[in-house]
Design a binder for this molecule. Sequence first.
Ligand code: ATP
Length: 199
Amino acid sequence: MLKLGITGGIGSGKTTVCQFFEILGVPVYYSDQRAKDLMHSDEVLMAQIRQAFGRDIYSEDGILNRKALAAVVFADPGKLAALNGMVHPAVFRDFDRWAAARKEVPYVLKEAAILFESGSYRDCDYTILVKAPRELRIRRVVGRDGITEEEVVRRMDAQMSDEDKEARADFVVLNDEAQLLIPQVLLLHERLLQESRKR
Ligand code: ATP
């Protein structure tokens, strides 16, 4: 079984592309969502977070105070790095377990916004970048999340550039609403099925 990492900047459409792969029967691991879930289910991770951020960061019934945690890590880059240093290994462990339970499929996808930044790509056989023009990405996120254009630009500029991601990616899907998306996904799917047969 091949492990593929799929990434893209904010509003590029990586989740949309993953949904098409899911329709084709490809299992998709959504790293950001799983990371959030693991903060409530992974005992090792929860113990590390309690130790680093204080017992009160979780309520009596184990609910994480996300607002308090966000306030601490946004104010202190060292604390953010510490949190990432706990969450990323937990996601690696969880992805490995998840993938091991799906050995019979030709390939799986790991969707991650920070695939290259987190080092997560090292665990993948190939990587896919979903790309879209900046203006279109801004319009999509403003429409989807109802946040200001300035806020989208701020988040966009905090991410690794598309140029840097493209230099590292094995495959690119162009989601610019001019090139048809589904044929690109089908072509890539065929290619990945072929690759998986070579293994
Ligand atoms: P984020 O990193 O912010 O989670 P993302 O890369 O996962 O974003 P999506 O959530 O897939 O992006 O797409 C952003 C928005 O743009 C969504 O509302 C989605 O429905 C829309 N969108 C994505 N691709 C297209 C497309 N080809 N045509 C029309 N709308 C699209």
